[in-house]
Design a protein around this ligand. Structure first.
Ligand SMILES: O=P(O)(O)OC[C@H]1O[C@](O)(COP(=O)(O)O)[C@@H](O)[C@@H]1O
Ligand SMILES: [Mn+2]
Length: 641
């Protein structure tokens, strides 16, 4: 007897228990498929991300429109939607702007009744037990009495009205409204996929992680920016330097110090002693509100140089350690003529636009100075011991993977490295060759190993995690090289170019996407490949390859909004099919609450199911069917005995 069989026997010892469970599972199979929500490239933009979650990519508003369109004016619909997104803030705002207690009480009564209506339509897709789990435990009884009361008979109607009246009279209205709004948010989306790049560039990745940790159901496909954070706590000094460099570049060092409590004093003092103010290393400020003092700017600029130089030195060391990485093109410090300020790359010589090489010994350019060694060591210790960061990243490891096959679709952040003809590129290592799905599995194994041994700093697994950040065959990166050094020091833009893997041309072709789906054991007639990573530029299409490929770089990153011209894309997959949602940029939470400003979004149907999908058509459905088979066998045994 299998383990599952044994468990089921224990759980359902009597014949009647088995019959009840079969009936229950059969009923679940017939419910409509629950809604999946896909987001990606959130890049620390907590407020915009939080808004997308609260409004379910426009799903909450759609439910309200379906039910109240014509009964409420568009302004009232928006007001009501904003209440569901931000119940606490909207209630406070409403209470401040009301003339009399009677007006407020009437508003409470109307609002509770409307919320129960919305709850009713969002709950129809689920079993009673699942809906109950989405409720606040303190309000289960009252909510169920309101929810399952059909009000057709006068007595029932009176009963319903009395509950409403009591909620207001007993001063429970605020709390009931708040918890019901969250129950609705939770039911509108059943499962969330985050297709990578939660970290870097934006100000609050920590808050995004806190939100995800509270979210009812989520999986994460790691992005290249997440990898440097995972690498940092896995003991990779190079990953630490890269993430500090990006934080300095985007004026986000407070994430390290304030959000994660990692002290940068040692680094800062070292930077102050060795570097001056150089334009190329000043922080980018995206928002007008981000005005910083001259002193502060200078300090960040100095830190930026200090970590960049340690990074370039460590890159030289790692590439020499691992010729199999084939990354010699980024080893550049020995190509510099430190006297005349030029660099020779290939057979071309370029002038260097600035000089911050005081810590480099031209005879041994990749050697860290004693002080750099100390700074690096202390950063490694701090990252290893940063409790909150580890808590967040434990969650990311737990819910995350290199790729995910889910309800027939294939989800990953960047690419599957391929040659121009579409054949998988080979990563050769230790006498073995890895490609396609096997390559992703190999890298995932290395990351899990490195993460579980943070005290090891220069073992192969730790170096591999850094490779995932910028290696030419990294599925998360997908470019021939990262031209970081050139972008700081060389004017000629030709040398800044990072060539994309052939994957990005081929993914426009249907045959190629079918090949990918087959490689991962999925049905190519029904599945889709869903990617993040590359901002969809103005005029480009996010849906490709006869709808087999969908790119949803969420476009949350403000730095990229001028290129995309929009606030980004998200995707919904409900019982009717897949819908791509295009968002306008988010303004602010205050604007949403006071002026009812939502992220405007438009929906486009990617594919429409011929027959409405039910739970039976999903991965969960397959598991239920297997369980049903066992239960039926058990029932047959009962009949025979
Ligand atoms: O201009 P920035 O922010 O330094 O970033 C440029 C770097 O970011 C990358 O585009 C990687 O980040 P993305 O995954 O967000 O594209 C590199 O290829 C490039 O070198
Ligand atoms: Mn990316």
């Amino acid at each position: 007897m299998s383990y599952t069989q044994e468990l089921l026997r224990e759980k359902f010892p009597a014949k009647q228990d088995v019959v009840t469970e079969i009936t229950n599972l059969e009923a679940i199979l017939n419910l409509p498929k629950a809604t999946e929500h896909f987001v990606s490239d959130v890049h620390g933009e907590y407020n915009a991300f939080d808004h997308t979650l609260r409004n379910g990519s426009g799903n909450v508003k759609q439910k309200i429109n379906e039910n109240f369109g014509g009964r409420l004016t568009p302004r009232n619909i928006q007001e009501f939607a904003t209440l569901i997104y931000y119940p606490e803030d909207k209630l406070a705002y409403r209470k401040k702007n009301v003339a009399t207690q009677d007006e407020l009480d009437q508003w409470y009564l109307n609002t509770i009744a409307r919320l129960v209506e919305v709850l009713k339509i969002t709950a129809t897709k689920y079993t009673r037990s699942k809906v109950r789990k989405a409720m606040d435990p303190n309000y289960v009884y009252i909510t169920e009495e309101l929810l399952y009361n059909d009000q057709q008979e006068l007595d029932k109607r009176n009963y319903y009205n009395q509950i409403l009246h009591n909620l207001v009279a007993l001063h429970q209205a605020d709390e009931f409204i708040t918890v019901t709004c969250y129950t609705i948010q939770r039911l509108v989306v059943d499962h969330l996929h985050v297709i990578g790049d939660i970290y870097d560039r934006g100000p609050a990745p920590d808050k995004i992680m806190d939100t995800l940790m509270k979210y009812h159901s989520v999986d994460i496909q790691w992005g290249n920016h997440d990898i440097i954070w995972l690498g940092a706590v896995s003991g990779s000094a190079l990953c630490i330097m890269n993430l500090l460099r990006i934080c300095a570049r985007y004026n986000n060092l407070s994430i390290i110090e304030d959000a994660y409590g990692i002290n940068l004093r040692h680094l800062s003092m070292f930077a102050e002693q060795n570097y001056t103010d150089i334009k190329a290393f000043r922080p980018k400020t995206i928002e007008d509100s981000e005005v910083i003092s001259a002193d502060e700017r200078k300090q960040i600029t100095q830190i930026h140089q200090a970590v960049a130089m340690i990074q370039f030195k460590l890159e030289g060391q790692i590439c020499q350690r691992h010729p199999e990485f084939k990354m010699n093109n980024i080893v550049l410090l020995d190509k510099i003529n430190y006297e005349n300020g030029t660099i020779k790359i290939g057979d071309k010589t370029y002038p260097l636009t600035c000089d911050c090489f005081s810590t480099i010994d031209p005879k041994d350019p990749y050697k860290l100075t004693a002080e750099e060694e100390k700074v690096t060591r202390s950063l490694l210790d701090s990252f290893e011991n940063a409790a909150k960061l580890r808590k967040h990243l434990n969650f990311m490891m737990d819910k995350g993977s290199m790729y995910k096959c889910y309800n027939g679709n294939l989800l990953f952040h960047g690419c599957i490295p391929v040659q121009k003809d579409g054949s998988f590129q080979l990563f050769e290592f230790d006498g073995k060759k890895y490609q396609g799905k096997g390559l992703l599995d190999f890298f995932e194994k290395q990351l899990r190993k490195a993460y579980s041994e943070p005290q090891k700093n220069d073992d192969l697994a730790t170096d591999m995690v850094w490779y995932l950040w910028q290696g030419p065959l990294s599925p998360l990166f997908g470019k021939h090289a990262m031209t970081t050094f050139a972008r700081y020091f060389i004017e000629d833009e030709d040398i800044h170019v990072e060539k994309k893997n052939a994957y990005y041309n081929l993914r426009k072709e249907e045959w190629f996407c079918r090949k990918l789906l087959n490689e991962f054991g999925l049905n190519a007639d029904e599945g889709h490949v869903i990617n993040g990573h590359t901002p969809v530029k103005k005029g480009s299409q996010p849906i490709m390859a006869n709808k087999k490929m969908i790119v949803i770089d969420g476009g949350y990153s403000k730095a990229y909004q001028p290129t995309t011209g929009i606030g980004g894309y998200t995707l919904l997959y409900n019982s009717y099919g897949l819908q791509l949602v295009t968002h306008h940029p988010f303004t602010s939470k205050e604007d949403a609450i006071k002026n009812g400003r939502d992220i405007l979004s438009t929906r486009r149907v990617v594919n429409q199911e011929l027959k409405r999908q039910t739970v039976a058509d999903t991965d969960t459905g397959r598991e239920i069917k297997e369980k049903l088979q066992i239960l039926r066998n058990m029932l047959a045994d009962y009949k025979q005995s």
